[in-house]
Write a protein that binds this ligand. Structure first.
Ligand SMILES: Cc1cc2nc3c(=O)[nH]c(=O)nc-3n(C[C@H](O)[C@H](O)[C@H](O)COP(=O)(O)OP(=O)(O)OC[C@H]3O[C@@H](n4cnc5c(N)ncnc54)[C@H](O)[C@@H]3O)c2cc1C
Length: 449
C-alpha cells in the first residue's frame, strides 16, 4: 500500500453499548467463548462483521468439523465436549449433521449443513442470553493508561460506534484485537510463509451412485488431466466429499497465491480482493474438470461459491506459552490443560497439502495450555481460535474447529472467573478454571476421566 494519506478530523464516537465481556468474532472460538462466559452468568456481547455466526465454518463454506474426534490407540472417540456438544445437538436437530467420516482411516471428521450451523449457533447463544451485534466491522480500540483495552470501535450501518467492556476476547481469527492493543504477535513460518488460503464451493445435481467414492479417484484423475494438458490445477489432489443431502458435494481444491507467487495474505486488503477473483477463476476451471472427467458429476451445477475466500492463517499471538508441533506430534500433556487438540499437522503449502500425524498407536491428541490464550502486556485481553499462541506448524493442526471450540470455551469461562475474582485472567486460579470447564461438560484430556 502507498504511504501517501489524508488526515481525518478528530471526532466524538457515540457509545453503543457497555458489557462485561466483549467477544470479537463469531467463529467456533467466538461462539464457544460467548456461550461459556454467559453460562457463567456474565453479560456478553458478541461482535461479528457478517449477519450470521460460524466464521470460516459458514462464511468460507468449510461445512465440516475436524478435530472433534481422536484416534485413541485405534479407537475413534469424540474428545471435544462442552459447548461443542450443544452446538452439534442443535445442528442435528435441524437435520444438518452428517455421521462422522474417515480421514485416511486415521481419524474422523464430520460434515454439516452451513444453514443449519448458522441457525443452531443463533439459538445456542440467544438461549444463553448473549447479545449479538451483527454487521459490525471492528476497526480499532481505545486503550486505558493502565494498558488495558477500554473500548472497541465498530463501523456499522448506523455509523462508527464504541463499545466498552471489562474483558475482551479476540476470536477474530486474524488477531485484530491483539494487533490494535499492541500485544506481541507473529505471522508466517521461519520463511514468512503462510498456509495457503482456499475458496471453497459446493456442487449439486451429482449422481451419488455413479460418483461412488469419488474422493479416492479425484486425485489420480486430476493428475491425468493435467499431464494430458486438459486442465491446470493450483494444487495436487482435492477434498471432494458428499454432504448430508443427496446430490450435494463440497470441494476444497483451490489455492490462492498473491502477485509474488506466495500464499495470499488475508490481512492485506488488495491481496484479499484479488484473491476472491482468482478463487472464482479456479472454481470454474475445476468445475469444468468435474463435469468432464468425474463420473456422476456430468450434470452437476455450482450450488454455492463461499461468500469469502477461506483464510487458514494470519496473525498468531505470541502469548505466555506457544504451542509447538513437537507437542502436537508427541501428544503432550500440560499442567494448565483446558482441553485437547486432536488434529494432525495439515500444512497447505505451495501446490500441495502435507500431513504429519502423531505416532501410530499413540493416543492421538495433545492437551492445550491455558497460557496459549494469554497475551503479554494487555491484562484484560484473551485470545482464542486460530490466532491464539502457536508456532506456524502447530497452528496448522489446532486451527481447526475442534480445538477452536476448546480454546473459546476456556477463554469465555476464564474471563468470567477473572471478573468474579476482580483480577486479570492471567491471575485466576487455573484449577478452578479446570473444574469449571468440567462442570460445563468439557473434557480436559485426562485419560482417567
Ligand atoms: C478452506 C478452509 C478449509 C477448512 N477446512 C476445515 C475443516 O474441514 N474442518 C475444520 O474443523 N476446520 C477447517 N478449517 C479451519 C477452520 O474453519 C478455521 O480455522 C476455524 O473456523 C477458525 O475458527 P476461529 O473462531 O478462530 O476463526 P474464524 O472461523 O475465522 O472466525 C472469525 C470470525 O470473526 C469475524 N471477524 C474477524 N475480524 C472481524 C472484525 N474486524 N470485525 C468483526 N468481525 C470480525 C469473522 O467474520 C469471523 O466470523 C478450514 C479452513 C479453511 C480456510
Amino acid at each position: 500500500m502507498s504511504e501517501a494519506g489524508l488526515w481525518e478530523d478528530a471526532r466524538r464516537t457515540p457509545l453503543l453499548a457497555e458489557t462485561e465481556v466483549l467477544v470479537l468474532g463469531g467463529g467456533p472460538a467466538g461462539i464457544a467463548a460467548a456461550a461459556s462466559a454467559a453460562a457463567a452468568g456474565r453479560r456478553v456481547l458478541l461482535v461479528e462483521r457478517y449477519g450470521f455466526l460460524g466464521g470460516m465454518g459458514t462464511a468460507a463454506g468449510v461445512t465440516n468439523f475436524c478435530g472433534l474426534h481422536a484416534n485413541l490407540r485405534g479407537t475413534m472417540r469424540q474428545v471435544v465436549h462442552g459447548v461443542a456438544d450443544e452446538l452439534l445437538e442443535r445442528i442435528d436437530a435441524l437435520g444438518g449433521l452428517n455421521a462422522p467420516h474417515s480421514i485416511f482411516g486415521r481419524t474422523w471428521a464430520q460434515a454439516y449443513d452451513g444453514a443449519a450451523y448458522k441457525c443452531a449457533a443463533d439459538e445456542l447463544l440467544l438461549a444463553r442470553g448473549v447479545r449479538l451485534l451483527f454487521h459490525a466491522q471492528a476497526a480499532g480500540v481505545a486503550m486505558r493508561e493502565s494498558g488495558q483495552i477500554d473500548a472497541l470501535f465498530v463501523e456499522t450501518r448506523s455509523g462508527r460506534r464504541a463499545i466498552r467492556a471489562l474483558q475482551f476476547i479476540d476470536c477474530s481469527g486474524d488477531g485484530d484485537l491483539v494487533h490494535w492493543a499492541g500485544a506481541p504477535w507473529e505471522q508466517g513460518d521461519a520463511h514468512g510463509d503462510l498456509l495457503y488460503p482456499t475458496l471453497m464451493f459446493r456442487v449439486a445435481g451429482v449422481d451419488d451412485a455413479r460418483a461412488g467414492e469419488a474422493w479416492r479417484e479425484v486425485g489420480p484423475r486430476m493428475l491425468q488431466a493435467q499431464r494430458a494438458g486438459r486442465h491446470r490445477f493450483a494444487r495436487q489432489g482435492a477434498i471432494l466429499r458428499p454432504m448430508k443431502h443427496s446430490g450435494e458435494w463440497r470441494v476444497n481444491v483451490t489455492q490462492i497465491r498473491n502477485a509474488q507467487g506466495r500464499a495470499m495474505d488475508g490481512t492485506d486488503a488488495l491481496q484479499l480482493s484479488a484473491g476472491e477473483v482468482e478463487g472464482r477463476r479456479q472454481v470454474r476451471e475445476f468445475f469444468a474438470f468435474l463435469r468432464a472427467e468425474m463420473p456422476g458429476f456430468e450434470n452437476a451445477y455450482l450450488l454455492e461459491i463461499a461468500p469469502q475466500v477461506g483464510i487458514r492463517e494470519t496473525r498468531r499471538l505470541l502469548g505466555r506459552a506457544v504451542l509447538t508441533e513437537d507437542e502436537v506430534l508427541g501428544c503432550a500433556d500440560v499442567d494448565d490443560a483446558i482441553g485437547v487438540n486432536a488434529w494432525p499437522l495439515e500444512q497447505h503449502v505451495a501446490g500441495d497439502v502435507k500431513w504429519r500425524w502423531p505416532a501410530e498407536g499413540s493416543r492421538g491428541y495433545n492437551q492445550l495450555p491455558w497460557r496459549m490464550l494469554l497475551p503479554q502486556g494487555v491484562p484484560n485481553l484473551l485470545v482464542a481460535g486460530r490466532c491464539a499462541s502457536m508456532n506456524a506448524a502447530a497452528q496448522s493442526a489446532a486451527r481447526v474447529s475442534g480445538a477452536c471450540f476448546v480454546m473459546g470455551q476456556a477463554a469465555g469461562l476464564g474471563a468470567a472467573l477473572a471478573l468474579q475474582a476482580g483480577s486479570a485472567p492471567a491471575d485466576i486460579d487455573v484449577a478452578a478454571l479446570q473444574r469449571g470447564l468440567q462442570a460445563q461438560g468439557a473434557w480436559l484430556g485426562r485419560e482417567s476421566t
